[in-house]
Ligand binder design. Structure first.
Ligand SMILES: O=C(O)CCc1cccc(O)c1O
Ligand SMILES: [Fe+2]
Length: 313
């Protein structure tokens, strides 16, 4: 059994932002490092922990966690559209193991994913169907949120199962860190936004997605210029979280509350659930060490942008 982890922020603005040359080069270097790490590891199986942004999961039925037995990408923001290569038997094994460990979760035989789940796959492998992958959705935008302890325990249950699989398994975490992009929220939604949160705008007319994506692109520009009314990034919070994850002891995160996370690190900071679950999964396979760690708060991407590669000792 070999297991490794790549945890990374995502941002659809990677394709749209005007980054300073130095920052762009630095990011390139981080992605190149991660790509090499993934190539060298050559996984037989990928388990991808990621959020969704009201493209696949809506308030008609919003589970805290969901494991896909089959999945396809909706292709938002120009990401690759179409089916992933999900090994159904293995996905079912993971879901059953988590359920047996007391983690209540949903399963889907037709899971829809957005950039939050597929962007790292695309960056690492150039093709979302390049490797067998089991997608694990963690709700990170739609309150109510499970306590973080449940996220850690989900990760640990998945990790214990993975340790028994005897497959070279790459865990991917996608999300975070601190950020507050303009995602509609139920608490403040207009009637029109409420329809979107319920998925009632689907099937999509060609225009609506473009419009929504354009709003995010414009907000990012304004944020970089210092004129957006979204919450600022929280680099201290991001660095402290990355240090805790690297330490191997995640239990102190159990005390975090969603309210406090949003207050300090923005409404999309809940995406760090993916990092916590994936690190917890690796931790239940054995002691680990971070091999590579990158971080920079990048307003043009609306992201405290982190990337780590991690191996078992
Ligand atoms: O379109 C959306 O719903 C949000 C897009 C988005 C922007 C910045 C950072 C992210 O992590 C992200 O997901
Ligand atoms: Fe996101």
């Amino acid at each position: 059994m070999t297991v490794a982890l790549i945890a990374t922020s995502h941002s659809p603005l990677l394709e749209h932002a005007d980054l300073e040359a130095g920052v762009a080069a630095e990011l390139d270097q981080a992605f190149t490092t991660a790509r090499r790490f993934a190539e060298d590891f050559d996984p037989e199986l990928v388990i991808s922990f990621g959020p969704d942004h009201y493209n696949g999961f809506f308030y008609n039925l919003m589970p805290p966690f969901c494991i896909g037995y089959a999945a396809s990408s909706v292709g938002d923001y120009g990401t690759q559209r179409g089916p992933l290569n999900v090994p159904e038997e293995i996905a079912r094994g993971i879901a059953e193991a988590a359920m047996s460990a007391g983690i209540d979760l949903a399963v889907s035989l037709q899971m829809e994913l957005d950039h939050g789940a597929v962007q790292p796959m695309e960056i690492l492998f150039g093709d979302i169907a390049a490797r067998p992958v089991v997608p694990i959705f963690l709700n990170s935008v739609a309150p109510p949120f499970t306590p973080l302890q449940r996220v850690r325990l989900l990760g640990e249950a998945v990790g214990r199962h993975v340790a028994q699989l005897e497959m070279r398994t790459l865990l991917i975490a996608s999300g975070g860190l601190s950020h507050d992009p303009p995602v509609a929220r139920l608490a403040t939604a207009t009637p029109e936004q409420r329809r979107v949160l319920l998925g009632h705008h689907l099937p999509a007319t060609p225009g609506w997605r473009k419009e929504r994506e354009q709003r995010v692109v414009e907000t990012a520009r304004a944020f970089a210029a210092g004129t957006a009314d979204i919450q600022d990034l929280a680099p201290d919070w991001d660095r402290a979280l990355m240090a805790t994850l690297a330490s191997g002891d995640l239990t102190s995160l159990d005390a975090w509350t969603p309210e406090e996370m949003a207050r300090i690190a923005g409404n999309s900071s809940h995406e760090v659930r993916s990092w916590i679950a994936a690190y917890a999964a690796l931790g239940s396979c054995g002691a680990y060490s971070v091999q590579y760690s990158y971080y920079r708060p990048i307003r043009e991407l609306i992201a405290g942008f982190g990337l780590t590669t991690v191996t078992l000792d």
